[in-house]
Unconditional design. Structure first.
Length: 330
């Protein structure tokens, strides 16, 4: 389950504003990937290119072998059924209750009867922890519940790919932690490919199998979480360690004079790599890697303090115990 997305030589401009010159990378099937970048680097535009709502000026977007920018409208309609999209605010219809919001794609895009729709809607509501909220209006529920309702609606057509645009925006850290755990559990259950756009480096550090950073009209880096979090690339190091020192400026990239003012300070020691979130029932996800695996295979030393959890357990040495049951992540 889950479909690979491959973009090749993507160029996009709006008038004289170039968003990307040449973006190429592969989002692996069935894994959780997160895309980050300073504001305006085209993360939302990227998601829209994947579903054919925007077309690149040049390049290819292969979704399961089909080149999205070259699809006709009726082919795009079919393609979009493979995607579940969670928009920033949940994008719920304010006048419809939560049940009808979640049922909407089933009524619009399938010929299923109401009994079957009810079964699916209640199943997805249970998956996201919304059982009992059927009759509430969007205005009567919290921001976190709205996101989960949007997520349930994104799931009703059994998508192969789930896109989430800043699902954690406006959520408190606890609700963000619950939502991240939900993504991991859904990925385990459904095997779908997840692509999450976020500004939250706390999320980026523990949730995805793969991380990417957009900056300077391109993709600076995309790869396994451990590769990106241990990188000393100036922009990657600056972004994932939330520092002012580095090429990313207040509103855009810094010029040479600004960089010179910062002196020759070496990149900061990357922050410790935290253990990745595990499925809450202790199962192993297909995309999950042994802690430290990428670092070990590439001869990279983990930043000091890496892979120690809040209770002081070392995931590098405890992996077998953690994956053979008995462990319930927080
Ligand atoms: N349809 C459009 N027409 C013209 N310009 C657009 C369009 N869509 C996006 N843009 C511009 O493209 C740039 C990238 O927008 P996008 O929303 O993808 O950024 P982002 O990386 O998601 O930013 P943020 O992190 O602030 O959400 C912005 O400058 C935006 O104004």
């Amino acid at each position: 389950m889950g479909i690979e997305i491959r973009v090749d030589g993507l160029k996009k401009a709006f008038g004289r504003q170039t968003i990307w010159e040449d973006v190429s990378f592969t989002i692996p099937a069935g894994e959780i990937s997160a895309l980050l970048g300073p504001s305006g680097t085209g993360k939302s535009v990227f998601l829209k290119n994947l579903v054919g709502l925007l077309r690149p000026d040049r390049g290819h977007v292969y979704v399961g072998g089909r080149d999205v920018p070259r699809l006709r409208e009726n082919e795009l309609y079919d393609l979009r059924r493979q995607f579940g999209v969670l928009f920033q605010d949940g994008a719920l219809f304010g006048s419809m209750n939560i049940y009808d919001n979640i049922a909407f794609p089933l009524r619009e895009h399938t010929r299923k009867g109401e009994a079957e729709i009810k079964r699916i809607v209640l199943e997805k509501m249970e998956m996201v922890g919304l059982t009992g909220a059927e009759d509430k209006l969007p205005g009567e529920i919290s921001g976190g519940m709205k996101k989960r309702a949007g997520l349930a609606r994104a799931l009703v057509l059994d998508p192969e790919i789930i896109l989430a645009d800043e699902p954690d925006s406006g959520l408190d850290p606890v609700r963000t932690a619950y939502l991240n755990q939900l993504f991991v559990d859904l990925n385990t259950d459904l095997g779908a490919t997840f692509l999450i756009v976020t500004h939250d480096i706390g999320t980026a550090r523990v949730l995805p199998d793969n991380l990417g950073l957009l900056f300077r009209r391109g993709l600076v880096m995309f790869g396994p979480r451990e590769m990106v979090l241990s990188s000393t690339h100036p922009a990657v190091n600056q972004f994932f360690n939330a520092r002012r020192q580095g090429p990313i400026g207040m509103a855009e990239e810094k010029d040479q004079a600004q960089l010179d003012d910062e002196g020759d300070a070496p990149p900061a020691m990357p922050a410790p790599i935290q253990p990745q979130l595990m499925p809450s029932d202790g199962r192993t996800r297909p995309g999950m890697r042994r802690p430290g695996q990428w670092l070990h295979e590439h001869g990279v030393t983990a930043p000091p303090g890496s892979f120690i959890d809040d209770e002081g357990r070392n995931w590098l040495t405890d992996w077998d115990r953690l994956t053979t049951g008995g462990h319930r992540p927080r």
